[in-house]
Design a protein around this ligand. Structure first.
Ligand code: DGL
Length: 287
């Protein structure tokens, strides 16, 4: 059985690369739903249905644990699938299977608190008012920003963090298509500046809340003031998965060195930007 990694496109490779480095002995299947990318501009039902279909395809291909390396799918679809579809999928496949998201590990990294920690109501809404002293900026797709998942979940845990989301519609799509650096730089600079204007200053911490953005993390780092703390999701997810596997030995993960890269879109070599990021030419097969 393999670890499945799912994204709408190439963004999830940023997480996949870190997972392969962390668990080199394990088998992996990557699935990019490129024919339906980008997800960020889609409506909720669409995102749920597409994510379910992607996970089903990965289970059929031999994955037992799937990491949704996609904020949009994690924010919009994960809870629904866990509640309404996974129990039935488990019964149908007759083995241990699970789907994990990317937002929980990111919030754990951003807050420095375990997911199970929730500040009590009194601490958040009563008692002595804590001034927000640290501003967290979240750069994400429009769908993730609309879900307000980062604002809601961080507020449950840390009253001293104020969260502002900056939706960057179009950016994931440009990265997916391999747009030139100069074009991407203009878009990243514009969003960093738009967030600065809205808050009145730059954030202290930035979450790159779309896995595609990690491919241009250097452009975000250059646009943000030196010293801005940046939460990198690949590391956060690999840390969380290590803890998860220590608690869950039941998935029968293989160690044959399987590395499959599948796409619902056009097969063959990916863009130069992806190869550059990956460190070698990367080619996708038909899902
Ligand atoms: N890379 C995905 C994310 O983390 C999705 C981007 C998109 O398809 O719009 O949100």
């Amino acid at each position: 059985m393999a670890i499945g990694v799912f994204d709408s496109g190439v963004g999830g490779l940023t997480v996949h690369r870190e997972l392969v480095a962390r668990f080199p002995e394990r088998d992996f299947i990557y699935l990019a739903d490129q024919i339906n990318a980008p997800y960020g501009a889609r409506g909720g039902e669409d995102i749920v249905n597409l994510t379910r279909a992607g996970c089903e395809r990965l289970f059929e291909a031999g994955a037992s644990v799937i990491v949704l390396a996609c904020n949009t799918a994690s924010a919009i679809a994960l809870r629904r699938l866990q509640q309404t579809w996974l129990p039935e999928a488990r019964a149908r496949h007759g083995r241990a299977v699970n789907v994990l998201g990317i937002i929980v590990p990111t919030i754990e990294a951003a807050t420095g608190l375990p997911w199970t920690y929730e500040a009590d109501r009194q601490e958040r809404f009563g008692g002595e008012k804590v001034e927000a002293i640290d501003i967290t900026g979240v750069f994400s797709t429009a769908a993730t920003a609309r879900s307000r998942v980062y604002e809601i979940e961080i507020d449950k845990r840390r009253q001293d963090l104020a969260v502002f989301s900056e939706p960057c519609p179009g950016l994931a799509g440009l990265i997916e298509l391999g747009a030139p650096t100069e074009e991407l730089k203009v878009v990243v600079d514009d969003h960093v500046e738009a967030l600065r204007r809205r808050i009145g200053r730059h954030p202290d911490t930035a979450i790159l809340g779309c896995t595609h953005y990690e491919i241009v993390a250097d452009l975000f780092a250059a646009a943000l003031p030196a010293g801005t703390r940046v939460i990198h999701q690949p590391t956060a997810v690999a840390d969380a998965l290590e803890r998860y596997f220590a608690r869950h030995p039941e998935f029968g993960l293989g160690d044959t060195g399987r590395r499959d890269f599948l796409t619902t879109g056009t097969t063959g070599p990916q863009t130069d930007r992806v190869s550059q990021f990956w460190g070698a030419p990367l080619s996708f097969d038909a899902a």
